[in-house]
Design a protein around this ligand. Structure first.
Ligand code: NAG
Ligand code: NAG
Ligand code: NAG
Length: 328
């Protein structure tokens, strides 16, 4: 058979299985990514994942060749479509985040040009990993309460996300299907305490509530919301008081964030669209672009050692829609 005919037949067969043509090099990159992230697939899934990986890798390369303030890179999500990622890792339903009038009272500054609570003392716990459960809101909550408690007492504890997943349902929270830090702080306030990570380990799935009041290790005296879209209120709180929890909308260009200041023209900026909660541990400015320093809950191999920077001052992706912190 003529080689050209053979190639045509192969192309037809591949199309029949709707596989794109990927190069040998792309398959090689996929295999080394698989070994780096310990992935194994059966034959069927292998080709499906290879296809998705190739599409992601091309998107990443195209982005990095362009002129952007942030870079993208391969990470643990590189074999997933955004639709799959969204289903497993983000908040699915719209959350009730509308503290139209918050109780945070700002003073008028002046504020330092940059603040980083990781450098002010032992106030921020290591980056954690939520796994395939829409529990970001619990990590934003524990991260904030851990820091606020450490600033008040000098003792940095790791607190239990799983208790919030399992027990905070009466406050409009829904375990792995979502919730909000402000509502989780309310739960801790009325429940009278949160246990430690060691005493109530994280399992990344919904389970029965196993709260033991005798082991409560951190407490909340009041919940402070920052007024809707008052991003300067967030600056005031982070500069003067402590890290703050916030929520924003993750879109497909964020999944492969690797470094630099994230800024997007794709995401929305309203309360009804927020789908991820995180923790602002500081802010700064680079080449005239102000940004937030943010602790995420997707492990340390994602982003900048588990952190990311996002443009500040524009309510980027709705980040000022739903911000709060506890008083201890
Ligand atoms: C804070 O906002 C939440 C909604 O995110 C609301 O349920 C709660 O009542 C507010 N708390 C205060 C003290 O304003
Ligand atoms: C929003 O609040 C309403 C009224 O409290 C509640 O019925 C609904 O379940 C909440 N939605 C979410 C996503 O928590
Ligand atoms: C959201 O973005 C639009 C378009 O850039 C802008 O006009 C609007 O003021 C923004 N709204 C908020 C609440 O930030």
């Amino acid at each position: 058979m003529e080689p050209v005919v053979l190639v045509l037949i192969l192309a037809v067969v591949r199309n029949a299985y709707s596989l794109p043509l990927f190069s040998e090099e792309e398959e090689y990159q996929f295999k080394s990514w698989m070994s780096q992230y310990n992935r194994e697939y059966d034959m069927n899934e292998y080709y499906r994942r290879l296809q998705t990986f190739t599409e992601n890798k091309r998107k990443i390369d195209l982005h990095n060749a362009g002129d952007h303030k942030f870079t993208m890179g391969l990470n643990q999500f590189s074999d997933m479509t955004f639709a799959e990622f969204k289903k497993h890792f983000l908040l699915t339903e719209p959350q009730n985040c509308s503290a139209t009038k918050g109780s945070h009272v700002s003073n008028n500054g002046p504020y330092p040009d940059s603040v980083d609570w990781r450098k002010k003392g032992n106030f921020v716990t290591p980056v954690k990993n939520q796994g395939p459960c829409g529990s970001c809101w619990t990590f934003s909550t524990t991260g904030c309460l851990e820091s606020v408690t450490a600033i008040a007492t000098g003792k940095l504890l790791e607190l239990a996300e799983q208790q919030l997943v399992d027990c905070a349902g009466d406050f409009n929270n829904h375990g792995c299907s979502g919730g909000l830090p402000s509502q989780a702080f309310e739960y801790i306030l009325y429940n009278k305490g949160l246990m430690t990570e060691d005493d109530y380990p994280y399992t990344a799935q919904d389970g029965p509530c196993k709260f033991n009041p005798k082991l409560a290790a951190a407490f909340v005296k009041d919940v402070v919301n920052i007024t809707l879209y008052d991003e300067m209120g967030m600056v005031d709180a982070v500069a003067r008081l402590n890290p703050v929890s916030f929520a924003y909308e993750v879109t497909s260009d964020f999944m492969h964030y690797k470094g630099g200041v994230y800024s997007s023209t794709v995401c929305h900026n309203t309360t009804d669209k927020v789908n991820h909660a995180v923790l602002a541990v500081g802010y700064s400015e680079e080449n005239g672009t102000p940004y937030w320093i943010v602790k995420n809950s997707w492990g340390t191999s994602w982003g900048v050692d588990g952190y990311f920077y996002i443009e500040r001052g524009k309510n980027m992706c709705g980040l000022a829609a739903c911000s709060s912190y506890p008083l201890v």
